[in-house]
Each structure stands twice: as C-alpha cells, then as structure tokens.
Design a binder for this molecule. Structure first.
Ligand code: HEC
Ligand code: HEC
Ligand code: HEC
Ligand code: HEC
Ligand code: HEC
Ligand code: HEC
Ligand code: HEC
Ligand code: HEC
Ligand code: HEC
Length: 402
C-alpha cells in the first residue's frame, strides 16, 4: 500500500470516529460509505480504492423499505387536438406519413404501431444505442421512451409529456418529499433544466445517472462569486475556497459533498443531512451536532476529562468540553473549525466573525508538537499541552468579547 495517510485517533482506544454500531440513525446512501470506511480496520484499503469500499459498504436499507418506484407512467399519447398550439412537432409526424411508425397510412385510422416502441425510437435515434449502453441506465427509459415523450407533438420542449420537474417527481415521490415539501429548498432543482441540471434521464457514466461526478457539479455551480441563498446571504465561491485552503476536511478530500448535504433539499439548515446549529453560539445538546457525530465520537465534547478522546486538552482537561458543552452560550464547532477547508491543520479557521458588521478577528492558532496556542481574540493568549497540564491563570471572563 503506498498511501500512508492515517486517520487521527481512528486506531486509538476511544477513537474520535463513531462506528455504525453506535449510531441508531437512518442509513443514508452517502453515509453508509463512510460508516464502512471509517469503522473498518480496512480504512487504508479504502483510501487506496474508495470505489471498491463503497461497493463493499452495506446497501442502504431504506431503499427496500419504501414502496417501489413505478416503471411505467400512464400518458395520453395521442397527437394534440386540433387548435391546440404545439411547442414542438416531431419531424416524422410533421411529415404527415403515419406509416413511418404505424401500420396504416390513413391519419383517421393509423392502426397499431409497426414495431415495439424502443426499437422504433432507437431505430431513428441511433445515438441512443450508445446512451442506453452506458453503465448506468434509467429504468424508466429502458422500459419505454413514451414514459416521458409524446411521439407526435407537445406543448413542451423535447416532446415532453409534462414539465421536467413534475414529470420526474410523478414517479419519484421519495424525492418529492425533499423538494416541494422541504423547509430548505435548493434552487438547482427549480431553475434551468431542473432535475436534468445534474441527471441524465436516459443513461450515464456516473452512478445515480449523474451527468458528471457530483463534486464537479457542486463545485462548478458554486464556483462563482455572488450566488445568494433565499435570505439574500452571499454563498462561498468553492472553486476559490478549495484552491486557497489546502487542508480539506476528510469527506471533502474524498470529493463527497453529499456525505453532509442532500442535493435535493431537506428539513435542516443548509441542506444538511443531519442537524447542526445555525448560529455561532448554542446551548449544548448532542442532538444539535448529529451531523458531526455521524462520523466523530460525541465523547470528545461530553467527557470533562480525558487522556485519549481528544488532542484538544490541557493535560486531562478536555478543552472541547470546556468550550462547547455549556448550558447557554456554548461555542459551536464553527467558532474554531472550517468545515470544508482551511489553511491551518485540524480544520482550524484563521479568524472569527465579530459584531454585526462582519469584522474578522484573527485566531492566530499556533500548533506545537504537544498542543497549541491561540492569541487574544476570544481571550488572552492561552496554550495547551496534551501531555502535562499547563498552569495558567483563570481568564477574567471566559466568554468571548462581543
Ligand atoms: C415517430 C413515430 C410515430 C409517428 C410518425 C406517428 N405515430 Fe402515432 N403513435 C406512435 C406511438 C409510439 C404511439 C403509442 C402506441 C402504443 O404505445 O401502443 C402512437 C399512438 C397513436 C395514437 C393512439 C394514442 C393513444 O391514446 O394510445 C394515435 C391516435 C396516433 N398515434 C395517431 C397518429 C397519426 C394520425 C399519425 C400520422 C399523422 C401518427 N400517429 C404518426 C408513434 C408515431
Ligand atoms: C424519464 C423520462 C424520459 C424517458 C423515459 C426518456 N427521455 Fe428522452 N428526454 C427526457 C428529458 C427530460 C429530455 C430533455 C433534457 C435532456 O436532454 O436531458 C429528453 C431529451 C431527449 C431527446 C432530445 C435530445 C436533445 O439533445 O435534444 C431525445 C432525442 C430523446 N430524449 C429520446 C429518447 C429516447 C429514444 C428514449 C427511449 C430510449 C427516451 N428519450 C426516454 C426524458 C426522458
Ligand atoms: C422515422 C424516424 C424517427 C423515429 C421513428 C423517431 N424519431 Fe424522434 N426525431 C426524428 C427526427 C428527424 C427528429 C428531429 C431531428 C433533430 O432535431 O435532431 C427527432 C426529434 C426528436 C426529439 C427532439 C424534439 C425537440 O424538441 O427537439 C425527441 C425528444 C424525439 N425525437 C423522441 C423520439 C421518441 C421518443 C421516439 C419513439 C417514440 C422517436 N423520437 C422516434 C426522427 C425520428
Ligand atoms: C415512469 C416512472 C419514472 C419517471 C417518470 C422517472 N423515473 Fe427515475 N427511476 C424510475 C425507476 C423505476 C428507477 C429505478 C429505481 C430503483 O432502482 O429503485 C429510477 C431510477 C432513477 C435514478 C437512479 C437511482 C439510483 O440510485 O441510481 C435517478 C437518478 C432517476 N431515476 C432520476 C429521474 C429523473 C431525473 C427523472 C425525470 C427526468 C425521472 N427519474 C423520471 C422511474 C421513473
Ligand atoms: C444539484 C444536483 C442535483 C439535482 C438538480 C437533482 N439531483 Fe438527484 N441526485 C444528485 C446527487 C449528487 C445524487 C446522489 C446522492 C448520494 O450520493 O447520496 C442524487 C440522487 C438521486 C436519486 C437516487 C438516490 C435517492 O436518493 O433515491 C434519485 C432518484 C434522484 N436523485 C432524483 C432526482 C430528481 C427527481 C430530481 C429533480 C426533482 C433531482 N434528482 C435533481 C444530484 C441532483
Ligand atoms: C445548477 C447549479 C447548482 C448546482 C449543480 C448545485 N447548486 Fe447548490 N445552490 C445553487 C444556487 C443557485 C443556490 C442558492 C439558492 C438556494 O439557496 O437555493 C444554491 C444553494 C446551495 C446551498 C445553500 C442552501 C440554503 O438555502 O441554505 C447548499 C448547501 C448547496 N447549494 C449545496 C450544493 C451541493 C452539495 C451541490 C452538489 C451536490 C450543489 N449545491 C449543486 C446552485 C447549484
Ligand atoms: C463534513 C460535512 C460537510 C461536507 C463534506 C460539505 N459540507 Fe458544505 N456545509 C457543511 C456545514 C456544517 C455547513 C454550514 C456552515 C456554517 O454555517 O458554519 C455547510 C455549508 C455549505 C454551503 C452554504 C454556505 C456557504 O458559505 O456557501 C454550501 C454552498 C456548501 N456547504 C457546499 C458544499 C460543497 C460544494 C461541498 C463539497 C465540496 C460541501 N459543502 C461539503 C458541511 C459540509
Ligand atoms: C462523513 C463523515 C464526517 C462528517 C459528517 C464530519 N467529519 Fe470531520 N472528519 C472526517 C474525516 C474522514 C476526517 C479526516 C481525518 C484525517 O484525515 O485525519 C475528519 C477530520 C476532521 C477534523 C480534523 C482532525 C485533525 O486533527 O486533523 C476536524 C476538526 C473535524 N473533522 C471536524 C468536524 C466537524 C466540526 C463536523 C461537523 C460539522 C465534522 N467533522 C463532520 C469525517 C467526517
Ligand atoms: C475553542 C475551539 C474549538 C471548538 C469550539 C471546537 N474545536 Fe475541535 N479542535 C480544536 C483544536 C485546537 C483542535 C486540535 C487539537 C490538537 O491536535 O492539538 C481540535 C481538534 C478536533 C478534532 C480532531 C480530533 C481531536 O479531538 O483531537 C475533531 C474531530 C474536532 N476537533 C471536532 C470538533 C467538533 C465536532 C466540534 C463541535 C462540536 C469542535 N471540534 C469544536 C478546537 C476547537
């Protein structure tokens, strides 16, 4: 094995990573990959061959629990009634020669079609032989092209029987709950080509019928300045972020944005798969950190003293506990960590926002071989050693300036 990267704490007793056995949460396609990867001693093998391990990871149970997705949609396939304006008319229908597809020449009585639908469509649309031979094929397109297209004419582009989003959701009711009914919606599904912004409705070279690797889809669209969320808040330019911050968080360096985000929508802040506090400060409640604790042990924040659970400790004193585990203004992980990428090691951020005008105060975290120190932002310069405790004066006021 030539990849010698190791997971911090993963092999230690009381590892910082949660195992699937300790989680009673609903399996998720993306996270089951991580459970497989993080829990098994074979993590190194995974680093060398993530795709192999992804296959090895248990298939999500939920897929078998929900009602099956129908393969067939009932459509009215007749030509539009006279007088209804068509946006598109299919070239062979427009020619007026019904026998290109039907048995009879008489438009009043064209009779049955002369060959099975798939054969007929692909007979003229030869490029679909290649499309439908791709490793991932859409069950609905394998079944019948007229699940989605009217063979004659349509009020919608591409001869679609319904608008793309509504068309897809009519069979994919499992996704509908995440979109139309979701508290947090994703504009990627409602603008442009809607579902086809990311999926190929016919066949694809990437799993889940994606038109590109998911990471590239996300980073391309989110690789611009000035994208705003529903509240008008400017979102991060990820192209720039990832270029300028070389310490990528584990799942980001595995190019797995869906490990934390549901691309379709959901009930949580920022399309997150699990809960995470939306504010800088939060009373401590393990439920609020379900996202992080999917992969990291919650004990890093719950045990006041430890010599193994975390390196962020002063001797035995657990400094994660000290900062985060407060009945009221506990600092959330974002007070110190950048969840996507950072310049500093351990995903430590360079600065924290201060006040309402968006001032950035530097944290000046300096790592040392046995710990680290932070200067003058939230408190006087403090350092910690995770071997022997450093004797330090108690801060006059433990709370950050505000
Ligand atoms: C590109 C191929 C094609 C051409 C050209 C074509 N049809 Fe069709 N037509 C179909 C297919 C496919 C069906 C669906 C049949 C099925 O699923 O059994 C269909 C079904 C129909 C139906 C029945 C719709 C229903 O409710 O089942 C009518 C009516 C019809 N065609 C009229 C015409 C007329 C009139 C013409 C010539 C002006 C014509 N078609 C030309 C492919 C074609
Ligand atoms: C699940 C719905 C669905 C099924 C089933 C389906 N298509 Fe499509 N098709 C679409 C959508 C949506 C578009 C437009 C967006 C796109 O090209 O991705 C489209 C576009 C097309 C186009 C136009 C491509 C272009 O670049 O302009 C052709 C041709 C086509 N489909 C043929 C077929 C054939 C042949 C089949 C059967 C093998 C089929 N479709 C089955 C949804 C479907
Ligand atoms: C006799 C040949 C022929 C058959 C059979 C045929 N097509 Fe087409 N189709 C064409 C031609 C020609 C065009 C227009 C070419 C172009 O614009 O690329 C076209 C265009 C299309 C488009 C794009 C319409 C648009 O908005 O630009 C779709 C979608 C499509 N066909 C679907 C189908 C489906 C589904 C079937 C089977 C029911 C089918 N075709 C059968 C010849 C055929
Ligand atoms: C006629 C019903 C039907 C329609 C309409 C339909 N689908 Fe599907 N789709 C299916 C079925 C059936 C499967 C296979 C489900 C399975 O394997 O559990 C599937 C599978 C998928 C998958 C792959 C799931 C995976 O895990 O690999 C994606 C992605 C998908 N559809 C997207 C779409 C999009 C986008 C549209 C609209 C353009 C659409 N579907 C329209 C029936 C449909
Ligand atoms: C922003 C990109 C994007 C858009 C837009 C999008 N999807 Fe997806 N979709 C994904 C990704 C990424 C995955 C794989 C998720 C994973 O790895 O867990 C996926 C997975 C799926 C799956 C299979 C897995 C599952 O959760 O069952 C289906 C079905 C699906 N999408 C349907 C749709 C439909 C229907 C639409 C439109 C309403 C849509 N998608 C729009 C990115 C997108
Ligand atoms: C087609 C372009 C497009 C693609 C592809 C895309 N996004 Fe987005 N995304 C947007 C836009 C536009 C917004 C801002 C509007 C909004 O909030 O919906 C957004 C918003 C978001 C938000 C903030 C949502 C909120 O309201 O808090 C997250 C998180 C996000 N995207 C993640 C992703 C991830 C992860 C992927 C890849 C699976 C992805 N996006 C792919 C266009 C895209
Ligand atoms: C380890 C979990 C995790 C992974 C992996 C992850 N994110 Fe996030 N993402 C978050 C969290 C948590 C937030 C909320 C951050 C905050 O408010 O402090 C967020 C916020 C966002 C936002 C909205 C805020 C902003 O500044 O734009 C976007 C867009 C986004 N992520 C896109 C992505 C993309 C693209 C990827 C893949 C390159 C990705 N995320 C991977 C956890 C993750
Ligand atoms: C999908 C799994 C996953 C999720 C969810 C996740 N992480 Fe991670 N995290 C990892 C992996 C994998 C590493 C990389 C460990 C390594 O390479 O040493 C990591 C590393 C880290 C590190 C740096 C460790 C070090 O010492 O370098 C921090 C800090 C961190 N995560 C914080 C968080 C926070 C905060 C959250 C919640 C917002 C979170 N993580 C959610 C998987 C995850
Ligand atoms: C007050 C700042 C601060 C806060 C708040 C904070 N961390 Fe940390 N964290 C650190 C520092 C500093 C390190 C690096 C310790 C070292 O290696 O010296 C660290 C390391 C880590 C690591 C690597 C393993 C370890 O514990 O040594 C993980 C995982 C982690 N943090 C997760 C989290 C999560 C999850 C949260 C929110 C629940 C959080 N952190 C909140 C400062 C903080």
């Amino acid at each position: 094995m030539n990849n010698t990267k190791t997971i911090r704490g993963a092999s230690l007793p009381g590892a910082a990573f949660a195992s699937p056995a300790t989680s009673n949460r609903r399996p998720h396609p993306a996270r089951s990959r991580w459970w497989g990867a993080l829990a098994l001693a074979g993590f190194c093998a995974w680093l060398a061959n993530p795709a192999g391990a992804a296959e090895a990871a248990a298939k999500p149970k939920e897929k078998n629990d929900r009602p099956p997705i129908p393969k067939v949609r009932k459509n009215n396939l007749a030509p539009l009634p006279e007088g209804v304006k068509a946006a598109v008319s299919h070239a062979p229908f427009e020619s007026g020669d019904c026998t290109l597809c039907h048995k009879n020449k008489d438009p009043q009585n064209p009779g049955p079609i002369s060959s099975p639908v798939q054969e007929m469509c692909i007979g003229c649309h030869e490029e679909f032989q290649t499309v439908m031979a791709r490793p991932f094929k859409h069950e609905a397109a394998k079944e019948s092209c007229v699940n989605c297209h009217n063979p004659h004419n349509s009020k919608r582009p591409k001869l679609l029987v319904e608008e793309t989003g509504a068309l897809c959701l009519s069979c994919h009711t499992e996704i509908k709950a995440l979109t139309i009914d979701a508290k947090v919606k994703h504009e990627a599904l409602t603008k442009g080509d809607q579902c086809s912004n990311c999926h190929n409705p016919h066949g694809a070279n990437v799993e889940h019928l994606l038109i590109k690797l998911a990471f590239d889809l996300c980073v391309n669209c989110h690789g611009k300045d000035g994208i705003k969320d529903e509240q008008g808040k400017t979102l991060t330019n990820f192209q720039k972020l990832l270029e300028e911050n070389k310490e990528w968080h584990g799942p980001v360096s595995s190019k797995d944005c869906s490990a934390c985000h549901n691309p379709h929508g959901g009930q949580n802040f920022r399309l997150l798969n699990e809960e995470y506090p939306a504010q800088f400060y939060s009373p401590y409640n393990p439920k609020l950190y379900a996202l992080c604790f999917e992969c990291h042990e919650s004990t890093i924040v719950t045990d006041p003293e430890t010599t193994t659970l975390t390196q962020f400790r002063n001797g035995k004193q657990n400094l994660h506990y000290v900062h985060v585990n407060k009945a009221e203004r506990g600092r959330t992980c974002r007070a110190c960590h950048e969840v996507h990428a950072s310049v500093q090691k351990h995903q430590i951020r360079d600065s924290v926002p201060y006040g309402t005008r968006g001032w950035k105060l530097p944290i000046n975290f300096t790592p040392t071989p046995t710990g680290g120190s932070c200067t003058k932002t939230c408190h006087e310069t403090r350092s910690y050693t995770n071997t022997v405790a450093v004797a330090e004066p108690k801060p006059a006021n433990g709370a950050p300036k505000k």
